[in-house]
Design a protein around this ligand. Structure first.
Ligand SMILES: [Zn+2]
Length: 478
């Protein structure tokens, strides 16, 4: 077992900060010590193998990205990051755990799918990984299998009110799955948009000759998110299941979540960097020399990035401050412009939905600290501590304390990060939705279970270091 001492840094948690040294023994954090401790009078007195000087820097628990789709099959293609490339990019950006979605399409067996995803990830990941399970159709065998998956550490299930014929479940199917969640304690995750209305709006837009990417956003108005959010909250209320609404982007959907929480319900919400920073006007409707009015395809994801009208972006930042929204994930689902996004050149409805941000989340959210949007402690909370706790990993992940996994990031607030292909990102993606974003901070060193995976020389980890995280039930249930 090797020992590492991270000295001189400011250790930041969800609740405070202070100068401290962090002693790592093997894969675990052994102690958080007064700065400059001589380690006398304890069994820690032996010399450490490695010292990492973090003077003037922040020492934070590694990021937990609870919403990724590595090599996900969708729309006739696959998300361009594999478990290997995607988790390596995550490590570069200070994320040390992901929770990825096992996909089930109608008629597939969820236990078989789970096994498939386990095989895809095994031996490939640079950092630790867990799984949520997607339910598209809700077979009676799936309901039984949900108990088996919970026992395997898959304690969260995601359903959709959009994508008819692919992922959409009707209200009765959602109701049955939620009844099971209420019984076994699993977190029910919802993609909440009214897919039936969106389908009509898309068809009408295409018939009127509107094919460009901005129509992706225009045919998914905020009312379709508000309505579906309200509906799934009602189903959670009826059944007593805990509910987590993924990628919330509309101010009015936040209001639904806030109202449910005020009534005492176990309802939670996630947002993503794209809903905080990007807009329909500046991005989905953008034009470029290279891509013309297809430029906006880079930003096609669902829920869509929204108009500046109604102040959705500011409302999302505010919801992070007030805890109406509890955490930030990426919904990392990258598709290259060439040969992938291009599938939708003639119709916005055929553009593969998704963006790549797994490498950028910690930096983008840190910029929120610099800009005065959130506090330093809240940064750690929404990117690491809450995701760990939300999905049953807290204690091992999301915190710097003795006994926790030594997933640690040394972050330099005086450093600088230029994001984008121009900044040589590490995602397997031929563009960046974040091209030109300049961050007043830098990920210096990343440890995953005690091993340095990123340092000043770059990536020094390896595929296969990452292990499956067998998760418990959400630690937020009341
Ligand atoms: Zn997603």
């Amino acid at each position: 077992m090797t020992t590492t001492l991270i000295t001189g840094g400011t250790v930041v948690s969800a609740t405070g900060r202070g100068l401290a040294d962090v002693l790592v023994d093997g894969e675990k954090i052994a102690a958080v010590l007064e700065p400059g401790s001589q380690l006398l009078g304890s069994d820690l007195t032996r010399a450490v193998d490695t010292v990492i000087d973090a003077t003037g820097k922040y020492v934070i628990p590694g990021g937990v990205d609870a919403h990724t789709h590595m090599e996900m099959p969708f729309g006739g293609t696959f998300a361009s990051d594999t478990f290997e490339t995607g988790t390596r990019a995550a490590a570069w950006g200070g994320t040390t755990s992901i929770v990825d979605f096992v996909v089930q399409y109608p008629d597939q067996n969820i236990l078989d799918q789970h096994q498939l995803w386990q095989e895809k990830a095994a031996g490939a990941c640079a950092i630790d990984y867990g799984f949520h399970q997607i339910l598209s159709d809700v077979q009676s065998s799936s309901l039984t299998a949900m108990d088996e998956l919970v026992a395997e550490g898959v304690t969260s299930f995601k359903l959709f009110t959009a994508y008819k014929g692919v992922f959409l479940s009707d209200d009765g199917q959602i109701f049955r799955a939620f009844q099971k969640g209420a019984e076994n304690g699993a977190m029910m995750m919802m993609h909440a948009e009214n897919g039936s209305i969106i389908d009509v709006l898309q068809q009408q837009a295409l018939e009127a000759g509107h094919t460009s990417p901005e129509w992706h956003g225009l045919t998914r108005p905020w009312q379709t998110e508000e309505e579906a959010t309200h509906r799934v909250i009602s189903i959670a209320d009826l059944t007593g299941a805990p509910l987590y609404v993924v990628h919330v982007s509309a101010k009015q959907a936040v209001e639904q979540i806030a109202a449910a929480r005020d009534r005492g319900m176990n309802v939670f919400g996630e947002t993503c960097p794209q809903y905080l920073y990007l807009s329909l006007e500046e991005h989905l409707a953008a034009k470029s020399a290279e891509w013309g009015d297809f430029e906006g395809a880079k930003y096609v994801c669902s829920t869509p990035i929204r108009s500046r009208e109604h102040g959705h972006q500011d409302a999302m930042w505010q919801s992070l401050r007030t805890n109406d929204i509890q955490m930030v994930s990426t919904d990392h689902c990258p598709f290259c412009m060439k040969e992938q996004k291009e599938l939708g050149r003639d119709s916005f409805a055929k553009i593969p939905n998704g963006m790549g941000s797994v490498e950028n989340r910690m930096d983008l959210m840190y910029q929120g600290v610099v800009d005065g949007r959130i506090t330093l402690e809240r940064w750690v909370e929404i990117t690491s501590t809450t995701p760990a706790r939300m999905f049953g990993m807290y204690g091992r992940k999301g915190v710097i304390q003795p006994g926790a996994d030594a997933d640690i990031v040394v972050y330099d607030p005086k450093g600088h990060t230029s994001i984008g292909v121009g900044g040589a990102h590490h995602m397997n993606l031929d563009y960046s939705a974040w091209e030109g974003f300049e961050i007043d901070g830098h990920v210096d060193v990343v440890l995953s279970r005690g091993s340095v995976v990123v340092d000043e020389s770059g990536y020094v980890g390896r595929a296969g270091h990452g292990r499956y995280i067998k998760r418990g039930l959400s630690q937020y249930l009341s």
